[in-house]
Design a protein around this ligand. Sequence first.
Ligand SMILES: Cc1cc2nc3c(=O)[nH]c(=O)nc-3n(C[C@H](O)[C@H](O)[C@H](O)COP(=O)(O)O)c2cc1C
Length: 425
Amino acid sequence: MSSLHTPITIGSSVIRNRLYRAPVLEGAGGRPDGPDIYRHAFEENARAGVGLIIQGNSCITDEGRSSPGMSQVDTRARTLALAEVTRAVHAHGGRIFLQIGHAGIYAMEGCHATYAATRKSPIIAVSKPPVHVRPALRGVPIHVLTTPEIYELAEAFGRTAAWAREAGYDGIQIASSNAKLIHQFLSPYYNRRTDEFGGSLQNRARILELLANTIRSHVGNDYPLTVKIPIGEDAPPFAPRTTFDEGIELCRLAESFGYHAITPVGLSVFPHGSLCRGGYPSSIDDTESIKRRYEEAFGGSKLKMRVLRWGYKRAAKQYPFAPVWNRPFFSAAKKAVSIPVFAVGGIRTHDEAVQILDHGEADMIGVGRPFYAESDLPMRILGGDTEQPLCESSNRCLPPQMLGMKAACYNPNVARKRAAMRAAD
Ligand SMILES: Cc1cc2nc3c(=O)[nH]c(=O)nc-3n(C[C@H](O)[C@H](O)[C@H](O)COP(=O)(O)O)c2cc1C
């Protein structure tokens, strides 16, 4: 038995071990059979022993999803429909948190032709969008949130948290990275507000305080509440950004606001591969169905298609895969706070996981993409298997999720390796 097997308590939730499934958008949220698809995927990981599943970003409002596959938890009925997912995870001894958020200026009603046509209201923003982002939003109506509207938004988070608890979720994670709305509040790249939610780091962090207080008023103090903290942002030259030291201060602030755990991540201010380092998702070029869906989403714009390819290529070059790439961020955060710290990003083997825990660098070990390739991988990692998993971090899982297709491993090499393994068994 290794340190991976030690249970941990997060708020009121006791988690049987230190391995968690990191939130990956999952891609089934827009479909009527979404709950069934999630249940199936998560049940297999839970059966294989994973301690905690963090279900990917789910939207708290009617508009504001970043992709057609993102789940909506904007009504009680939609949230309670997910109860079968939580029951299945619990039946296998696992725990499940729901990540909740909003895409802000990256809502698909702004960028996806089909959904832009159905848009009922303007896209919401923390401040007028930064200059580099404006060309992509040309012609899209934007509404900068007023101060009272921020309080209403927090209420929507609180309501959803209460429905999530009713649906059996064991806790909440705020979606506050990858340039989503709450990240937009935290980052000076997006946030140029002059009210109590803008300006100093303390003011930008106030959104986290408001969310914590509001969510607690709906679900109580002990219901597990966790948050992703963007540390050390990359941004275009001369653009404002959250520095490493400010990111660590954000972790301290999150603890002071009463969050039960944090997930520190290093990333860019843009929503791209910095959060999931790895290859260029070549399915954009070699898979007809993916190309066609992008063309539909972009309303046939060749320019947008070129920008997409350029963006993915640049991200793959600038953020190549590196084992345990968030180590500098989570280990520094661990020294700064006394609440549990969740590690994620390029963690692939039992030995890496145990080393992180034994060196006191983090308290929970997150694995994202590899659980698509191998649903029984938790058992192998927990069992001490020293082999690398099948996942090649090719990021071929990324476009399907952006397009609302089923969340799965789309790498043919991995499928071949998996078939060979099965044949050898
Ligand atoms: C397809 C895809 C979807 C993702 N969706 C989310 C999400 O909804 N919320 C989030 O916080 N992170 C999301 N991530 C980031 C993952 O949680 C994780 O941090 C990242 O994949 C790195 O971990 P890994 O190397 O183990 O895959 C996503 C990553 C991928 C590849």
